[in-house]
Ligand binder design. Sequence first.
Ligand code: SF4
Length: 265
Amino acid sequence: MRIVKTKAKSIYTKSRIPGVDYVINQYVGCQFACKYCYAKFICKWKPYGEWGSWIEVKVNAPELARKYVEGGVVMSSISDPYQPIEAKVKLTRRVLQNMSKRTNLSILTKSPLVTRDVDIFRQFKNIEVGLTVNSFEGKEKKLFEPLTPIQRARINALKLLHEEGIKTYAFISPIIPGITDVEAIVRETKSYADYFFFEVLNLRASGKEFQQILRDNYPESYETMVNDEKFWRFIKQLKEEIKRLNVKTEGIEIHKRGWEFIQLQ
Ligand code: SF4
């Protein structure tokens, strides 16, 4: 793993993600190296090699994080703030320590390491912490995200945060037809998640290598993703399923005709 220490000019970046004002990335790159990661595109602008083989560590991020920004801030969009290196360098922890506790902050991770920072989360007036849960185990896990923490560890982290009084959400992503068991995830997490976020795989952003993995190993799932009629039938069923589950959510995020958010009401 190549670790590159850099200095950033600023750490809060204006976001183009709908509903998000700023993103903060104290790391660029991710040791979890999910095969479908939408952030892989960043490799085009970096001279270090393939996704998952390098991380940039913005060493001055804690200093830059002192500035207060109005609006919603998401941590992180092109890395996981609690990837393995964080256990050692504690960059995310130092960023959080220095941030104004008035910041409206939303954290997203796949790692149970997030529970280490509960003491700092408690100081924020407006914070939520999300764990990505996607039911990938066994073969899918090996193929799609072999290096991420197991599902059980993520669910336990969600539970602990919830018990500590932190607002939590379960980010169910990526939803892949015939693979992601949405109902099972909701069943296992609904006691610990204040709300749910559902996101269907963005096939285009997942890249050619992942598309090939999906086509070779799960041809029916791939076919549903690329065939418009099958895709929209799947979305209709998913919508009905989520409604039946009766949990708090705004809707389903999909990326078929551009970015779209499907309301459930
Ligand atoms: S954990 Fe998130 S940022 Fe890291 S590789 Fe996976 S999808 Fe990408």
